[in-house]
Structure formats: structure tokens, C-alpha cells
Ligand binder design. Sequence first.
Ligand code: PMT
Length: 217
Amino acid sequence: MKILITAGPTREPIDPVRFLSNRSSGRMGYALAHAFVKQQHQVLLISGPTSLDVPHHVDYLPVESAQDMHDAVAHALPRVDIAIFCAAVADYTPVEVATQKIKKSDEFITITLKKTIDILGSARSVHGFTGYLVGFAAETEDLETNARTKLLAKKCDMIIANDVSQSSIGFDSHENEVLIVEAEENTKLPRDSKEHLAHHLAAIILKRFDRKRGGVS
Ligand code: PMT
């Protein structure tokens, strides 16, 4: 199977030395890439900047901004069976990028932001992806309701929701705890290392992919 995974944060430039970003370490996405490669699947990992080693035998495409990630994903989507969007993509990016380093002069400055392109949301509606589509949902409240809204709005087969209000799971932690939300059911996977969870998630995703293709579930 050919599997695309996005991971890590994006960096939205403000000037030549500054950017907006978030606390995603990339661990969850890299653990998923490792789990699928271990089962002999072909993985393309499109990743924002992280300090992690790239798992062996993974095709690796480093990107910086949300727009870069979108362009790389759009190019790869027609060639993959399963696409998993684990990256913490910035929702907003500066309207203007200063060409020179912004000087410290005024007491207050204003940076106007505009919405970034919704990479997951455009997979089916713009790029016509027909494979198995998995999104993540990083939520601080109403985990199941918000995940289910994303499942429908972005035409996903599965949303993997994590509660990012807890610092010991989710962003930049070694463990996670997720609620898998699908059209007909929810499945809770208890707290575990991201590596162990990734193996469980990979097994479930492959099983559901087979079922969607008309195979045995
Ligand atoms: O990297 P780690 O430190 O291991 O942390 C893992 C994680 C917490 C980042 C990961 O488990 C996770 O939750 N990733 C999704 C983070 C996120 O941006 O969630 P969201 O609810 O804001 O976005 C929903 C979905 O849309 C996600 O699949 C996201 O990749 C995607 N998205 C969001 C914005 C955008 N412009 N384009 C997108 O494709």
C-alpha cells in the first residue's frame, strides 16, 4: 500500500528571521510512518521542521509553510491509497512577509493574518482524492462532537481525536490517548507511548481500508 503521512508543525514567515509556529514535535506522525514501513508499506512522509530522525525506508519530503505542505500533498495524492493528516498546520499566516528584519521601534506592532489553505479539507473537494482519508483533530473541549463535525465537513473516513488541553499527551509529549471517530462507531485507545499507539492505529486503518475496498474486515 502507498501511504502519505503529514507530520510536525508548519512555519509561517513574518520576516527573514521570524515565524509563527506551534508545539508539534512530529513524534505522532513519525511513529505512524515507522509503523506502516515496518509492515512493508510504502510511506511518503511530508513533514514540517522537527528535530527527529527520519525513520528508515521512508520517502521524506521536508516542507516549511502550510502552502508548501499543501503543494506537496496535492502533488502526491493521486499516487497514494491512504492519506493521513497528522501535521499541526497553522490555521493563519501573515498577509505580508517583511523582506527585511522588522526593527524594534514602535511600542506595539500589528501583524495581519489570513486563513491558510485547508489541506485536509481540500483533499476530496479540490483534489478529488478517492482513497482512504484520515484526519486528526486537536481539541481542548467536546472531543467527540468536534471530531465528528470534522469527519463530515472534510469528508474523512476516520478522525483521530486527541485532547490537547492535557500537556502529558498530544503536542510535544511522548504519550497520547486518542478517540477514533468513524461514521458508525467510536473507538477509544487508552494512554500509551506514541510508538505503541501508532502500531494499533496502523492496524485499524489497514483493516478499515480493506473493508472500504470490499475485502474482509
Ligand atoms: O507532533 P506531536 O508533538 O507528536 O503531536 C501530535 C499532534 C497533537 C500534533 C497530533 O496528534 C494532532 O492532533 N495533529 C493535528 C493537529 C491539528 O492541527 O489539528 P486541527 O484539529 O487543528 O486540524 C484538523 C485536521 O486538519 C488535521 O488533520 C490537520 O492536519 C488538518 N489541517 C488543519 C489546518 C489546515 N490548514 N490544513 C489541514 O490539513
